[in-house]
Design a protein around this ligand. Structure first.
Ligand code: DMJ
Length: 393
């Protein structure tokens, strides 16, 4: 009887259970994934079909975050597609796919200012909220999932790839900037104009995303995507090695005085985030350039030196201190993503090969349809859903 985030519950719990099902074939994981997803479904009962951010599974009441006004968040409503379509395929129940197809339809048909997607959208009216755009917080994984929905569908979902390419042309055109010393970064926009010369640690996933986009389809964008992938991954690495701990800040700015450094207190924290290592891993697999493993190893040593504590690992309050204070929190994505990507960076390519698996945004691997035999689509029709009074019969 408390509020759950529809997005976090999907990417962490449903996604994790779906990976367990794919890897083991044990139907218990599939059924649990469906049980968790079912608890989220009332959040989708809105005039547009865009879900509210939060749902109380006990009362079935949905609501917005207090800080988001009447809006849902782009990266949240746009990061359910992989899990919900796979869940429909393995259970034979179409309900999950219908929910995310509806979201796709709304986002596909709505007018996009300058070809970009703002971070806030009202689930009652289907209208954009404030026109803040970012490949970092509040926007990030929506774009990631357009590319990955196409990949995991065995490249059948062509409209997702088209939406991805269109959005990336607009994003590169408006957001990609080069600093005085030549570092490329993704700035944030408001009403189509540069809002802040700042890049979030969260945006560091984009190096890997552009590399995957480049290597999976040979089109007129491929070379540009790979170039951007290399440059962004390089910048994120710079944000790490310019700190005293060799771990990267939560956000970093570009001014005339400093480059790739966090400035405000809340920008100097490191909360064990994975995005930079995710890009090292994908860049390593796709280019085989040794530097990505070297950069990952630097990070492993820094994690051991500064974050390891009795019983686990802690985030840091300020990466620019030689002897930093811990925040005493081990985020769940540290195990799900950070350590997994670092492990995979040093593993053989045959472990979860990128042409058979797609990682959801929490690094839970999902099998590619028509390619990976572990996809295991349902063959029998689904069992009838229980009626509320079944238990009493
Ligand atoms: C994770 O929950 C996911 O990667 C999400 O897409 C963004 N943020 C965190 C990790 O930083």
């Amino acid at each position: 009887d408390s509020d759950l985030s529809v997005f976090e519950t999907t990417i962490r719990f449903v996604g994790g259970l779906l990976s367990c099902y794919a890897l083991t074939g044990d139907g218990m994981f599939r059924d649990k994934a469906a049980e968790v997803a079912d608890a989220l479904l009332p959040a989708f009962d809105t005039p547009t079909g865009l879900p509210f951010s939060l749902i109380n599974p006990s009362t079935k009441a949905s609501r917005h975050y207090h800080w988001a006004g009447l809006n849902s968040i782009l990266s949240e409503v746009g990061t359910l597609h992989l899990e919900f379509t796979y869940l429909s395929d393995i259970t034979g129940r179409d309900v999950y796919r219908r929910k995310v197809e509806r979201i796709r339809e709304v986002l596909q048909n709505i007018e996009k200012p300058d070809g970009l997607y703002p971070n806030f959208i009202n689930p009652r009216t289907g209208l954009w909220g404030q026109k803040h755009m970012s490949l970092g917080a509040l926007g990030d994984s929506f774009y990631e999932y357009l590319l990955k929905a196409w990949l995991v569908s065995g490249r059948e979902d062509a409209s997702a790839r088209a939406m991805f390419d269109d959005a990336m042309q607009a994003a590169l055109d408006k957001m990609l900037r080069v600093s005085n010393s030549g570092l490329s970064y993704l700035a944030e926009l408001k009403y189509g104009k540069i809002f802040e010369e700042k890049m979030d640690h969260l945006s560091c996933f984009a190096g890997g995303m552009f590399a995957l986009a480049s290597q999976t389809q040979d089109n007129s964008y491929s070379d540009r995507y790979m170039d951007v992938a290399r440059k962004l991954t390089h910048t994120c690495h710079e944000s790490y090695i310019r700190s005293d701990t060799k771990l990267g800040p939560e956000a970093f700015r570009f001014t005339n005085a400093v480059e790739a450094r966090g400035q405000k207190a809340n920008e100097k924290v490191y909360i064990l985030r994975p995005e930079t290592f995710e890009s090292y891993f994908i860049m390593w697999r796709l280019t085989k350039e040794q530097k990505y493993r070297d950069w990952g190893w630097e990070a492993v040593q820094a994690l051991e030196k500064h974050c390891r504590v009795d019983g686990g690992y802690t985030g840091l309050v300020n990466v620019y201190h030689k002897d930093p204070q811990g925040d005493d929190v081990q985020q769940s994505f540290f195990l799900a993503e950070t350590l997994k990507y670092l492990y995979l960076l040093f593993s053989d390519d045959t472990l979860l090969p990128l042409d058979e698996w797609v990682f959801n945004t929490e690094a839970h691997p999902l099998p590619i349809k028509n390619v990976n035999s572990l996809y295991r689509a349902a063959t029998a029709p689904p069992p009838p859903l229980p009626r509320p009074d079944d238990n009493q019969l």
